[in-house]
Design a binder for this molecule. Structure first.
Ligand code: XMP
Length: 319
């Protein structure tokens, strides 16, 4: 029988044997895999672990603070948070093509991570949240999106001078096993069972050029949508749900008068493998509450639409 605690004990023993009294660096993203690695390594080697959390300013509502609260405050993990919002926004100025935005964000992410890691003395190991499906994927085609996704998350370009050895304690595990271990290690269920979030974050959910104002508006709209999904029990019935910022101005009329503001699209999908997906048939009442709250609580939105496209033909993300 599969027991999370025996897997944890086994992983801890192996990590201790591999790293000895060496120091380990981990890029913490707040995603499930890197979070579970952080919790596991903390248990295995405590102060020999240092995490670098690059906050690109394109995270969800209060996400950066939550990551710090769980890891630094609650678990006592050593986490260096890099607030790089300004750098990312500057680098993204004038960039509106989706793939170009991904490249800018991915490259800067690696640069910032490398700069920060270079300041830490005496690191011999780099931990990564590689899980078994990643191992299979990179053994096959190297051109698929999955590979691109992981190369972003897992930090591809280490500075050559660092010559770090890899520590990958989740390499033999599937996602559901990683989640069970995460819960066992004391991570909040809510974090461990969170919907996937793309590495470029809100950068690919703000169509066209990314601005601070669009990011702030989108964060609030997304937060309202997710809050209502959780309240109604629909969060766990959907595989991924989020808001998208459409830089199209539309006319609206509210108690305060006329509005001429951007549009928010809501997207919720059900899928097994994220290769194909159905749009979630959310109750009209739920969509109604979300739509009213978004327009009432956020001045910079004129109207809300719901995406009823499957994949194919539409991808899950809008960019
Ligand atoms: P699409 O939009 O291709 O998305 O149907 C499939 C899954 O992949 C996620 N996704 C990304 N994840 N970096 C990531 O880390 C990316 O650039 C990226 N693009 C899409 C998407 O959120 C969905 O879960």
């Amino acid at each position: 029988a599969w027991k999370p605690d025996s897997i944890i004990d086994d992983a801890i023993a192996r990590v201790r044997e591999q790293v000895g009294d060496g120091h380990v660096l981990l890029g913490l993203s707040g995603g499930v895999d890197s979070s579970v690695v952080a919790a596991l390594l903390h248990k295995a080697i405590g102060p020999q672990l240092t995490c670098v959390f690059v906050d690109h300013g394109l995270l969800r509502h209060h996400e950066g603070d939550q990551v710090m609260k769980i890891f630094a405050d609650h678990l006592g993990v050593k986490v260096i948070r890099v607030n790089a919002e300004q750098r990312f926004l500057s680098a993204l100025q004038g960039v509106s093509d989706p793939e170009a935005k991904r490249k800018v964000i991915g490259k800067l992410f690696v640069d910032v991570f490398d700069e920060e890691s270079a300041k830490i003395d005496n690191v011999q190991f780099l931990a990564q949240g590689t899980i078994y499906p990643d191992v299979i994927e990179s053994a096959g085609s190297k051109t698929g999106k999955a590979h691109v996704i992981k190369s972003h998350h897992n930090v591809g370009g280490l500075p050559a001078h660092m010559k770090l050895k890899l520590v990958e304690p989740l390499r033999e595990l599937f996602k559901d096993e990683v989640r069970r271990i995460g819960v066992e290690l004391g991570l909040p269920r809510e974090m461990v069972y969170r919907h996937p979030f793309p590495g470029p974050g809100l950068g690919v959910r703000i169509l066209g050029e990314v601005t601070k104002q669009a990011a702030d508006t989108l964060r609030l709209a997304d937060h309202i949508f997710i809050e209502e999904l959780r309240k109604s029990g629909w969060y766990d019935k959907t595989s991924q749900a989020f808001a998208v910022f459409l830089p199209v101005k539309s006319v609206g009329v509210t108690g305060d008068g006329r509005r001429y503001e951007p549009v928010i699209a809501l997207r919720a999908v059900e899928t097994i493998d994220f290769m194909t997906a159905h749009w979630a048939h959310l109750p009209y009442e739920l969509l109604d509450v979300c739509s009213r709250r978004i327009v009432n609580e956020i001045a910079g939105v004129s109207r809300v639409v719901y995406d009823v496209s499957g994949k194919p033909p539409a991808t899950i993300e809008w960019e």
